[in-house]
Design a protein around this ligand. Structure first.
Ligand SMILES: Cc1cc2nc3c(=O)[nH]c(=O)nc-3n(C[C@H](O)[C@H](O)[C@H](O)COP(=O)(O)OP(=O)(O)OC[C@H]3O[C@@H](n4cnc5c(N)ncnc54)[C@H](O)[C@@H]3O)c2cc1C
Length: 435
């Protein structure tokens, strides 16, 4: 949608073909009985640029995320807040100690993260690919001598946040993730009406060029480059094609990709995630808590988004938002919706923070289950560098075919949007150069 929006602004009329009956992909939201329910994306990081620019252009108001998180550690609850003040930092000190951040390894990590702002940013011009190499995040933690307590915290934070097992991911990527989220919780932003507000705004801006329920079966690439796309019952000729689907899907629908590009795309892997959202009459967590994190086990991440985003719920209502990743997500994805609901609620009830009101299986105003077999890109070591080279290789061999989508940049929503915008700009430049 970022590509279609940009092309339209430049005076072109693209066709956006979407397989599902709605656009937005992992940024899409549902509307259920007055609740705005984000199905994938939750927050935007301080270094996002394309996202903030488009939000401004399309009048999508943003608010700062107020995070008061409970961390379940060694059978106790540590509570951290995102207050940027001195008193907030002092208040968090004992929690930071419990999370291992004040250890030698912890201080080293914080120092090494803040020392490399140009490389660990999620902005469109991030230089992350330059410091991506063979080293995994697990290898990095061992190298800096991170104590076990810190390793558990970081694994729990990032893995609970649906990134799957992080030890095998690129050290650059996970350090970037920490720099943008864990170490800057007070700078996380959210659209007032949930992340899906951005998808809705883009959808409305591109409504006249969108064809939903139209899966692309093949992108046709011949000797002269990309010539069109095959949909059910029709081949649509095209002067240029921007393919903005996750890497495994791109491999499926573009059989004639150059060999080197195919090899790179095979390196791109994703986590799975399973999300249960319930509408409630009362807050499920202790007063003021936005979420509960379980770094030591597979209990889902628990969020009450009405604390952060009251504009997403009808007055006086709350939500219980449970997100499971790792092996637990893979197990849950095999079950039907009712079974998933029962299992996830049971997991949380087992260790709910004192003062919580986790609903029973048959309580709640509504419930929805969202399954993500392709959730967040895992970014194995070397992927970022290889993908950056791919852009050059494709530009040389098939200049009118552009790959966009999160995995082609830093793979979160800013990367996805920035990649679409820049594919559109390159398309415009190509047309200009060929008259
Ligand atoms: C649970 C969850 C939480 C997340 N949290 C965050 C977060 O807090 N912050 C953040 O920045 N990011 C987050 N992400 C990641 C973020 O959602 C993605 O990085 C980003 O939305 C990816 O956008 P995309 O356009 O590359 O891919 P997608 O959103 O996957 O879009 C691809 C689109 O292509 C369509 N498509 C696929 N195949 C075809 C075909 N053959 N023909 C036509 N259409 C096709 C799909 O239906 C889809 O609409 C989260 C993701 C998940 C799942």
């Amino acid at each position: 949608m970022g590509a279609a929006y940009t092309l339209k602004k430049r005076g072109f009329t693209p066709i956006l073909l979407e397989a599902e009956d709605h656009v937005g992909g992992r940024l899409a939201a549902d509307e259920v009985d007055g609740f705005l329910v984000d199905t994938g994306v939750d927050f935007f990081c301080y270094s996002y640029d394309a996202v903030f620019r488009i939000c401004e252009e399309l009048d999508v108001p943003l608010v700062r995320s107020r995070q008061t998180l409970g961390w379940h550690r060694n059978g106790r609850w540590l509570v951290t807040t995102a207050e940027p003040s001195i008193s907030g930092i002092i208040r968090n000190l004992s929690a930071f100690r419990g999370l291992g951040l004040l250890s030698r390894g912890g201080m080293k990590l914080v120092w090494q993260v803040f020392r490399q702002p140009d490389y660990l940013t999620f902005a469109s011009d991030s230089r992350m690919a330059e410091i991506d190499g063979d080293e995994s995040f697990g290898g990095y933690l061992a190298r800096i001598g991170a104590p076990e307590s810190l390793q558990v915290t970081l694994r729990g934070f990032v893995e609970n946040g649906v990134l799957d097992y992080v030890a095998p991911s690129s050290q650059a990527y996970i350090r970037g993730y920490l720099a943008n989220t864990f170490l800057r919780p007070h700078q996380l932003m959210q659209p007032e009406k949930g992340a899906g507000a951005l998808a809705r705004a883009l959808r409305d801006a591109c409504a006249d060029v969108i064809r939903i329920s139209t899966p692309v079966r093949e992108v046709v690439v011949g000797e002269r480059g990309a010539t069109g796309v095959v949909i059910d019952g029709e081949t649509i000729e095209a002067d240029a094609v921007i393919c903005a689907v996750p890497a495994p899907k791109a491999l499926e629908i573009i059989p004639n990709l150059p060999v080197g590009v195919r090899e790179t795309l095979r390196k791109v892997t994703y986590s799975s995630a399973c999300r249960l959202v319930m509408g409630l009459d009362k807050p499920p967590l202790p007063p003021g808590w936005h979420g509960a994190i379980y770094p030591e086990d597979e209990t889902p991440l628990v969020l009450d988004r009405s604390i952060n985003l009251p504009g997403c719920v009808p007055p006086g209502k709350s939500t219980l938002d449970l997100i499971a990743g790792r092996e637990r997500a893979k197990q849950l994805l095999e079950l039907d919706d009712e079974e998933i609901k029962g299992e996830m609620l049971r997991d949380v009830r087992r260790n709910a923070p004192p003062g919580s009101a986790i609903p029973g299986d048959h309580e709640g105003l509504f419930s929805r289950v969202y399954r993500w077999r392709i959730a967040v890109c895992k970014g194995p070591p070397g992927m970022f560098r290889a993908v950056a080279n791919t852009r050059r290789e494709l530009g040389r061999d098939v200049p009118n075919l552009f790959l966009a989508g999160d995995y082609t940049r830093v793979p979160l929503v800013n990367g996805a949007l920035a990649s679409g915008i820049s594919a559109a700009e390159e398309t415009v430049a190509l047309f200009a150069s060929s008259g």
